[in-house]
Design a protein. Structure first.
Length: 606
């Protein structure tokens, strides 16, 4: 029996919304509502009653198949289905009955990778290509394979309002966002990736719903609670059985019906749950029980190893690494960057420990508490490192990338890239990073009416108190031009510094895959420290790998002085061979005796 023939237990379970039955000619409509006395389903302008069942359930079976459009009518009020599998006209419109079994999978026996084999590439479907669709993104997958990417991480695709947005204000979690394509387009994207040897992960938002188009509370207020509040509004009541099933069932759908290899859980620190078993633990348990090989990653700034060791997740996005690198290169100390000194010494401390905060006092951004725990029990792949991602670019006033910051040099960006891709921790790239894309990634949205005005004003006021941004003309997130500005310019990757940076990334990813020492995915044998340079107050960073396969050393010159490589003041003997120089020709490594590391440059020695 092939994977495609295995019965899908997720769909065999009783579920809400519209479920196409095995005969393909009839559909079961099921609603749970603690508010309504009378529930009907509207199909083709005709209302059909649902039978009231115990526990606030309503159900009817109609002789309609895939493609049928419908609305639910609660006590005379027509509403979209919050469990819809597709909303072709947007989150306020009719839902469509979908046959999730109709797609003919071409690679049914694909097995996802181990986390240690993942090199993540975060992409936003709407800006990854000029067309902004799943089909267009699918055409670019061979490029990612050839680059050396092994896992594509797609920013949220659950339906959200308007014609553009980041996706973090989703309101219909089961419906792929229509402007990107239909459900079968999303399946085809995943299928094509698997055929190229690429895993696909989906970014999911289970900590809040967007402010426009969330109809769950119209069915029952029990989905939400006043016990908790998030930065985005009322808290989700994970202790309520239907909300809990809404979340866990959604995870199963993406992994089983769409065959994603894993999920990135957004802002897990905001998933407050007082249930006997935390929702994160239940998610991890249910996902790992599905069979196959699925991975769960948390975006979580708290530095809690228990998310892996206790809750059962597989990896954690480590903010500390990004923040430390940025502060080192830019000298920024506003906002959450105020918790980092920057420099080689603190970077070395972070690399030796996995993350920086292990219980130290955190007194930044209005918070005062001990932050983090030691991560001695975590293996290297469980730390997801990056030097750019959608948040760290888009949450800046202009959406500017690392190389666009005043004072940051091209050499420093390439040096940081060399560090990122050499480490045994799991790296993540953001779209276009590999060629140092010249396009920004500002925040953008498409809300209407007063909400749209509030978003525009809120964005402007958000940066009024930052000294570096207070005088800037912050792009209006509601303007289509802001969205268009974020679309990648694929032609530039063949030009000048863009092409040279792309060549460096290709070489680094090849070495990460093929070099026996750099392919060692363990913290054992990894150490880091600093070196001094005559005439410079700042220090450089060294990283050393000592493995059964041999030794490698990275040196990153973070001082304002040039230093001949053979004169590096290291506490051990430098290997005699140059494996890679971040500013050199990948095809012709420079001999050690001829190599001088200019400020910002890095080199790998073997």
């Amino acid at each position: 029996m092939t994977t495609s023939e295995v019965p899908n237990t997720a769909r065999q379970r009783s579920r809400l919304g519209a479920q196409l039955l095995p005969d393909k000619h009839s559909t079961r409509f099921r609603v749970w509502s603690t508010r309504a006395k009378d529930v009907q389903v509207r199909v083709g302008g005709q209302d059909h009653p649902l039978q009231a069942l115990p526990d606030h359930m309503f159900e009817a079976v109609l002789p309609v198949g895939a493609g049928t459009r419908y609305l639910f009518v609660l006590d005379g009020l027509a509403l979209p289905d919050p469990y819809a599998r597709f909303l072709p006209d947007g989150v306020h419109g009719e839902a469509e009955v979908v046959d999730l079994d109709a797609y003919a999978w071409q690679h049914p026996n694909w097995t996802g990778p181990e986390l240690g084999d993942c090199v993540f590439y975060e992409l936003h479907v709407g800006t990854f290509t000029p067309q902004g669709t799943l089909r267009a993104a699918q055409d670019r997958l061979p490029y990612l394979r050839d680059l050396g990417i092994t896992a594509v991480q797609v920013m949220p695709v659950a339906a959200f309002p308007g014609g553009r947005g980041w996706g973090y204000d989703g309101v219909a979690m089961y419906a792929p966002y229509a402007p990107y394509g239909r459900p079968e387009d999303l399946m085809a994207f995943v299928d094509a990736a698997h055929g190229l040897g690429l895993a696909v992960f989906l970014d999911v938002v289970y900590n809040h719903f967007g402010p426009d188009g969330n109809y769950l509370s119209a069915y029952s207020p029990s989905y939400f609670t006043d016990r908790f509040h998030t930065a985005w509004g009322q808290g989700l009541d994970y202790a309520e059985a239907h909300m809990r099933r809404y979340i866990t069932g959604n995870a199963r759908m993406w992994l089983q019906d769409y065959r994603f290899d894993g999920l990135r859980l957004d802002a897990t620190a905001s998933m407050q749950d007082d249930s006997p078993e935390h929702i994160l633990s239940e998610l991890a348990r249910e996902v790992h029980a599905l069979g196959g090989h699925h991975l769960m990653l948390a975006e979580d700034h708290r530095n809690l190893p228990g998310l892996v060791t206790d809750s059962g997740l597989d990896g954690i996005w480590v903010d500390d690494f990004h923040h430390e690198v940025r502060v080192t290169l830019t000298g920024e100390h506003e906002g959450y960057y105020g918790g980092y000194r920057g420099g080689a010494a603190e970077l070395a401390q972070l690399l030796n420990r996995g993350w920086l905060y292990e219980g130290q006092f955190w007194n930044v951004t209005g918070e005062e508490h001990d932050r983090g725990r030691p991560a001695d029990g975590l293996e290297a792949p469980s730390f997801v490192y990056c030097i750019q991602n959608h948040d760290q670019i888009g949450n800046r006033a202009l959406g500017d990338r690392l190389q666009d910051h005043e004072g940051v040099t091209v050499a420093e960006v390439r040096g940081a890239s060399t560090l990122l891709l050499s480490l045994p921790m799991t790296p993540l790239l953001f779209q276009g990073q590999e060629w140092m894309a010249g396009t920004p990634f500002p925040f953008f949205s498409d809300h209407h009416g007063e909400l749209g005005h509030m978003v525009s004003e809120g964005r402007r006021k958000e940066f009024a108190y930052f000294s570096g941004f207070s005088t800037l003309d912050v792009p209006d997130p509601q303007q289509e031009a802001t969205f268009v500005s974020a679309k990648l310019n694929w032609a530039e990757r063949e030009e000048g510094d863009h092409a040279r940076t792309l060549a460096l990334y290709r070489t680094l990813l090849r070495l990460r895959r093929e070099d026996p020492v750099l392919a060692w995915r363990s913290r054992r044998g990894l150490s880091a420290g600093t070196f001094g340079v005559s005439g410079a107050e700042a220090q450089g960073l060294w990283v050393r790998w000592q493995t059964p396969q041999g030794e490698r050393v990275l040196a990153w010159n973070l001082t304002p002085q040039a230093v001949p490589a053979h004169l590096l003041a290291l506490p051990f003997d430098l290997p005699a061979g140059v494996l890679l120089h971040s500013e050199g020709d990948p095809a012709r490594p420079t001999p050690l005796s001829d190599l001088t590391l200019q400020p910002g440059e890095a080199a790998l020695f073997a």
